[in-house]
Design a protein around this ligand. Structure first.
Ligand code: PLP
Length: 428
């Protein structure tokens, strides 16, 4: 196929990053289960270490199966490069790592996955970094939170758990005005529903554990770079613009232009932090991504029907699905995620905390697990699990209350999903 031919999403999700194996002609991408790669000679080895030639050195840095996945996700997101890592949480650290120094902060949305709020509130402090949490519906507050030490702005496209949609173009405008990169966690949106780089984001992060793999088999993460941010002018990103002592003084931005972030992430991030994705995990995710568009369309269709049904149920107080007319975020679907509002939302029950705990245990088709984005329908009670370590204020800001359960609607027959909810609610 011609390199110049623009390819559609459904084609890219199968073909991007894939080419017949040069050694065997294998049509499917082999699982390159190897730690190291034989150098042709000493000059070849030196050129690879010098980054003057691209190739494989050691699987903590790169591996052909993992690289194929990175190329595929970059193609689907419209990025110039990507780096895969061992989990979504690893991807978040990898995204911040080239940007931050001790004393720097990230301005983050208060509506994030509970684990990310935890990671940003406490764990990153050990690196001397910090986070300021802001309601991203209040753009003036986002801008006001930025100070001289801010190095990034961070949000989720469709926020976990409530399915709230962030106004990415508006937040990108603020980021642009203050000269900072916008990082969007697109785990729940997926590039099928939402393409943050096209909406003005700088970097996209994923937990590939969720919809991209789609079947609950492996953990993984990915950082995608749009390749458009100029890291060199503000002096705020010395790891990318100045001689990098961790890599014999190379100036990544000068040497690699739009690929600076990706190469830094591999050559230093993966090399020194070691949060590498393994080739088996990449294989499962590559298999999953081949059907991403089909699954996401069905997740959206089912979530819409289930949300509409739940909203009318007498025991239900509120449903947060952004595809509902009652949602304050409905108007953002067309611009931010035009193919639908995702498969994730919360439902609040009039019966309160006890009613939620009972619903979770009375559901039969739904699996009670700490995961989302599986083909199967999943349920969890965030206040006692994923968001448990957060303060009451943080929980409320994230859209979590004691009478809220999170549903990740699967791709089963929707009548069966609704029947399961009906029987469980009848017992409450
Ligand atoms: N981002 C979002 C939106 C998530 O829901 C999760 C996990 O639930 C993560 C990131 C972290 O991903 P992982 O569990 O792969 O580390």
């Amino acid at each position: 196929m011609s390199d110049a031919a623009p390819q559609g999403f459904d084609t890219l999700q199968i073909h991007a990053g894939a080419r017949p194996d040069p050694a065997t002609g294998a049509r499917q991408i082999p699982i390159y289960q190897t730690t190291a790669y034989v150098f042709r000679d000493a000059d070849h080895a030196a050129a690879l270490f010098n980054l003057s030639e691209v190739g494989y050195i050691y699987s903590r840095l790169t591996n052909p199966t993992v690289s194929a996945l990175a190329e595929r996700i970059a193609a689907l997101e419209g990025g110039v490069g990507a780096v895969c890592c061992s989990s979504g949480h690893a991807a978040q650290l990898m995204a911040l790592f080239p940007l931050m120094q001790p004393g720097c902060n990230v301005v983050a949305s208060s509506r994030l996955y509970g684990g990310t709020i935890q990671q940003f509130t406490n764990t990153i402090r050990k690196f001397g970094w910090s986070a300021k949490f802001v309601d991203f519906d209040d753009l003036a507050a986002v801008e006001a939170a930025v100070d001289d030490n801010t190095r990034a702005i961070f949000c989720e496209s469709i926020a976990n758990p409530g399915g709230y949609i962030t106004d990415i173009p508006a937040v990108a405008k603020v980021a642009n005005k203050v000269g900072l990169p916008l990082i969007v966690d697109n785990t729940t949106g997926t590039p099928y529903l939402c393409q943050p780089l096209k909406l003005g984001a700088t970097l996209v992060v994923h937990s590939t554990t969720k919809y991209l793999t789609g079947n609950g088999t492996v953990t993984g993460g990915c950082v995608v770079d749009g390749g458009t941010f100029d890291w060199s002018t503000s002096g705020k990103f010395p790891s990318l613009s100045e001689p990098e002592p961790a890599y014999h003084g190379i100036k990544f931005h000068e040497a690699l232009g739009g690929m600076a972030f990706t190469f830094h992430s591999i050559a230093i991030g993966l090399r020194d932090l070691g949060m590498t994705m393994n080739p088996q995990a990449a294989h499962y995710t590559l298999m999953g991504i081949e059907t991403l568009s089909l699954r996401m369309a069905r997740h959206v269709e089912n979530a819409q029907k289930v949300a509409e049904w739940l909203e009318k149920h007498p025991k239900v107080e509120k449903v947060t699905y952004a595809g509902l007319d009652s949602s304050p975020y409905k108007h953002r679907v067309a611009t931010v995620c035009p193919k639908g509002a995702g498969g994730l939302f919360t439902v609040s029950l009039k019966a309160g905390y006890e009613g939620c705990v009972k619903l979770v245990s009375d559901l039969q088709l739904f699996s009670h697990v700490a995961n989302l984005g599986d083909t199967r329908s999943l349920v969890i009670h965030p206040a006692s699990t994923t968001h448990r370590q957060l303060s009451d204020e943080q929980q409320a800001a994230a859209g979590v209350s004691p009478n809220t359960v999170r549903l990740s609607i699967g791709i089963e027959d929707v009548a069966d999903i609704i029947a399961d909810l009906e029987q469980a609610l009848a017992k409450g």
